[in-house]
Design a binder for this molecule. Structure first.
Ligand code: BTN
Length: 321
């Protein structure tokens, strides 16, 4: 029996008798007791109620592979190789390993409850506390070389919006190249890593960090929000959200491989938080009015000398003050 299996049973916060846990997991009651101690040592508060059993004092939104797979359309779940970790350094690192071993057509996906070395863009740390958020990476091989991948990160942004709109999340917008904003604060970030070519195709790892339950002070240097913070009246279930993300990402990456970014340009423009606003590049060398993106996903800034294109990966943008 693993801590993971025991936590899955206790996650609902209900009382579970030692005997029912032992039968469900096929172990002795002494083994249950030992694992309860390990769960407590991991920082979970487990109450022992004399004569009744054990209960997690605070229920958790437990990540479950079978539940995520059950939420996918069959034509997608048939292709997904899903691994879930209670903790790993970075799901991007895990999925790049899975990608090397994957058969053509298979899509490796890795999720973790917690990351010990989550990576953000520009070498930043991505804070990844346990039980709170979604840390998800998906791997694929795309033909056409590196230049054909311009625009992919924007397609990922559009996919996040599609998945969350299906769950009726309001007020979403995208900040070029791919930050997802809710009410103007960062809800999710995307880190795409390219791992070199294998048999003519680039190995692509798409990592998504999406704040779900996170609340309060965290050591984060940008204005952020979470689904629970923005919509506290809703009950957010990570398995359900993850299934929607995997579905949208898989379908849209397939469409991107076939038709390129042009097929997504309009959708992206309609979500552009900077459209018609004064913007400047983070280095300060370009400034003007945000005019959306071209067919390669470059951001267009209209300045005094006309329209200039900013290449994804080169710069980030901010509202001009
Ligand atoms: C950003 O800086 O906005 C991008 C953040 C990307 C974080 C995700 S969490 C899952 C995956 N694993 C990582 O280490 N990073 C990405």
């Amino acid at each position: 029996m693993t801590i993971h299996a025991l936590l899955a049973l206790l996650a609902d916060g209900e009382i579970h008798s030692g005997q029912s846990i032992a039968s469900a997991l096929g172990v002795s009651r002494t083994a249950v007791w030992k694992q309860i101690k390990r769960v407590q040592a991991e920082g979970y508060e487990v109450e022992k109620i004399r004569g009744h059993g054990y209960r997690l004092v605070k229920s958790i939104d437990f990540l479950s592979g079978p539940r995520i797979l059950a939420g996918l359309p069959p034509q997608i779940s048939d292709r997904i190789l899903l691994q879930i970790f209670s903790e790993t350094d970075s799901t991007n690192t895990e999925v790049s390993r899975m990608l090397v071993a994957a058969e053509p057509g298979q899509i490796p996906v890795c999720m973790a409850n917690r990351q010990s070395a989550g990576r953000g863009r520009h070498g930043r740390v991505w804070q990844s506390p346990g039980d709170d958020n979604i840390y998800l990476s998906l791997g694929c091989r795309l033909a056409g070389g590196y230049s054909a991948l311009d625009g992919l990160s924007l397609v990922v942004g559009v996919s996040l919006v599609e998945a969350l709109r299906a769950l009726e999340v309001p007020h979403l917008a995208l900040k070029w190249p791919n930050d997802l904003l809710l009410n103007g604060a960062k809800l999710a970030g995307v880190l795409i890593e390219l791992r070199g070519e294998l048999e003519g195709a680039v190995q692509v790892v798409v990592g998504v960090g999406l704040n779900v339950h996170m609340q309060g002070q965290q050591d984060i240097d940008q204005t952020w929000t979470s689904l629970a913070q923005a919509c506290p009246e809703r009950r957010w279930v990570r398995n359900e959200i993850a299934a929607g993300l995997i579905t949208a990402l898989t379908a849209n990456i397939d469409a991107f491989a076939e038709r390129g970014f042009g097929a997504f340009r309009e959708a992206w423009q309609s979500l552009d938080v900077f459209s018609g606003c004064a913007v400047s590049s983070s280095s300060g060398e370009l400034s003007g009015i945000g005019r959306g993106v071209d067919d390669a996903g470059n951001y267009l800034i209209e300045g005094s000398g006309g329209i200039e294109a900013v290449r994804a990966g080169e710069l980030s943008l901010r509202a001009a003050s």
